[in-house]
Design a binder for this molecule. Structure first.
Ligand SMILES: Nc1ncnc2c1ncn2[C@@H]1O[C@H](COP(=O)(O)OP(=O)(O)OP(=O)(O)O)[C@@H](O)[C@H]1O
Ligand SMILES: [Mg+2]
Length: 503
């Protein structure tokens, strides 16, 4: 093995029924580097990772690991851990109803002399690990009491603590805010200093340039190339991923008009929910796209849930189309022409054992009620239309959703809400985990829907994409509106409003 190389994969091929997920793929990881693994949704990144960690059995190729004699073929997950390969998967697989400490030590609990679990020692060790990583948690609390972001950090802490040579992070940042991403990067750089080799998957290109040393690009299950970061500027990276130039990024043309003259679609007055949203006023006109800016925990998702009845508002009133309505639960909102793509797809979204078609028609069917079943032909027509519209990469509409790549699962959930054809659509992080090409397609779609007279409430952790699509932005902090921007929307003005409050 070359000097400084910790792991090589050569000629890896792997087939799922009907899908060649990997075709002759190579990967080389060097000691103390951060290596980006890039590619569109469904390119094969997670599949390759699962070959390295022993979850997937590949049919051709070999993996070599520093310090291990001969090639490794289809080792077990435990073998992989024993040789120092640690992973945080795209889907966080922790136990929400166990404590943080229990999650950190599951399967490797420290024992007392009597061979019982040494709870005291692992609580103490856990607290030390979390403190060192700068993650503010009480490790004796159940994991479910913390945000998705914290849960993600716990998963990383667990991997890091297992003394790894190779740390694999499959989209660890998709639910973190900027500050938390920065914390994670500090940690990653620190590990790199210590000689750990990190394989990093993300759809945020700027993150690649912020921390990575090298990039391997996959496209459609094939290896495109391996490049030092300096040789692959952003446009070239995108071209390598997509197999063509992405030159339509500037093309989005949002409607420039005075929306205050348009009829009101949604009007909330004094809407609140204890502990999360303080009395809030919000007006959205027909055809208007309103973004909500704010840090994680500022109450953006909670406000959306309150409007939609996912959390019942405790005070205030809501009018739809000028008529005051009572919304006690989401079905009431749906019947008033609303739809909401929620932030937590895992808990509120994907039904793993149903097909893509069944997942797409779910909300529409619920809205129609059980006595107005969609015919099979209608279901198929709708599924086909939305698979095409949001570019879902799937072998067929009957494929189980769990067999799709992470980003393509997200697209199915987006399709589900578009299929209900709402007049008012709430989108909470609609492009999370979605690749750069499709992301710009979805942004265009939002602007197009608005052009057809639909109203949209848009929440995204990427200010840039809200700037591209929103006519107006409302800024939140601590569950309150602290600013509003309609003209002069710019990265700077929004950041300033988020940081400083009043604008
Ligand atoms: N369990 C499975 N059964 C069948 N097909 C699968 C399974 N897992 C993945 N695939 C298919 O393999 C291909 C590669 O998927 P993979 O999850 O590796 O993509 P990815 O690059 O990680 O994409 P994303 O950015 O969306 O996470 C896709 O076509 C996917 O549908
Ligand atoms: Mg993936």
């Amino acid at each position: 093995m070359e000097e400084n190389v910790v792991l090589t994969a050569r000629g890896i091929s792997m087939t799922f029924p009907g899908v060649k997920a990997l075709d002759n793929v190579d990967l080389t990881l060097r000691k103390g580097e951060i290596h980006a693994l890039m590619g569109e949704n469904g390119a094969g990144k997670s599949t390759l990772i699962k070959c390295l960690t022993g979850i997937n059995d590949f049919e051709a190729g070999e993996i070599r690991i520093d310090g291990i004699e001969g090639p490794v073929k289809n080792h077990s997950t435990r073998d992989a851990q024993n040789v120092g390969i640690s992973t945080v998967y795209q889907e966080v697989n922790l136990c929400p109803n166990l404590s943080v400490a229990e999650n950190l030590f599951i399967g490797r609990e420290p024992l007392t002399k009597l061979r019982t679990i040494d709870r005291k020692s692992y609580n103490k060790r856990s607290q030390k690990i979390m403190d060192e990583l700068g993650i503010a948690v009480d490790v004796t609390q159940n994991l479910e009491n913390y945000s998705l972001a914290i849960q993600q950090m716990v998963a990383i802490a667990r991997a890091v603590d297992m003394d790894c040579k190779v740390l694999i992070l499959d989209e660890p940042t998709s639910s973190l805010d900027d500050e938390e991403v920065e914390k994670l990067f500090v940690l990653m750089r620190d590990l790199r200093e210590k000689g750990v080799s990190i394989l990093f998957v993300t759809h945020f290109l700027e993150q690649v340039y912020a921390v990575c040393d090298r990039i391997t690009v996959l496209r459609n299950g094939t290896f495109v190339g391996e490049y030092p970061i300096a040789d692959l500027p952003r446009v070239k990276l995108v071209a390598a991923m997509m197999g063509k130039d992405l030159d339509d990024l500037a093309e989005i043309k949002k409607e420039q008009k005075d929306f205050s003259k348009e009829p009101m679609e949604i009007s909330a007055k004094g809407l609140s929910h204890a502990g999360t949203v303080k009395p809030f006023d919000l007006d959205i006109h027909k055809g208007e796209v309103v973004g909500i800016g704010g840090l994680l925990g500022s109450g953006r998702s909670e406000l959306a849930r309150c409007i939609y009845g996912a959390d019942k508002a405790q005070t205030g009133t809501l009018s739809v189309n000028g008529e005051q309505v009572k919304i006690n639960q989401p079905i009431d909102a749906m019947n008033k022409g609303m739809g909401m793509l929620p932030d937590d797809r895992k808990a509120e979204g994907i039904i793993a054992d149903l097909s893509v078609r069944e997942n797409i028609i779910l909300a529409l069917q619920a809205k129609r009620g059980m006595f107005k079943q969609l015919s099979r032909a209608q279901q198929e027509e709708i599924a086909d239309r939305y698979i095409e519209l949001v570019q879902i990469k799937t072998a067929s509409k009957e494929t189980l959703i769990k067999q799709l790549s992470g980003g393509n699962q997200q697209k199915v959930i987006l399709a589900r809400w578009l299929a209900t054809d709402p007049d008012f659509l709430i989108l909470d992080e609609p492009t999370r985990g979605i690749d750069i090409g499709t992301k710009s397609e979805i942004q265009k779609l939002i602007v197009k829907l608005a052009g057809e007279g639909k109203s949209v409430l848009f929440i995204s952790s990427e200010i840039e994409e809200m700037l591209r699509t929103c006519n107006r932005m409302v800024i939140m902090r601590d569950g309150q509106k602290v600013g509003e921007l309609d003209h002069e929307l710019s990265q700077e003005s929004v950041m300033k409003a988020i940081a400083g409050g009043e604008s």
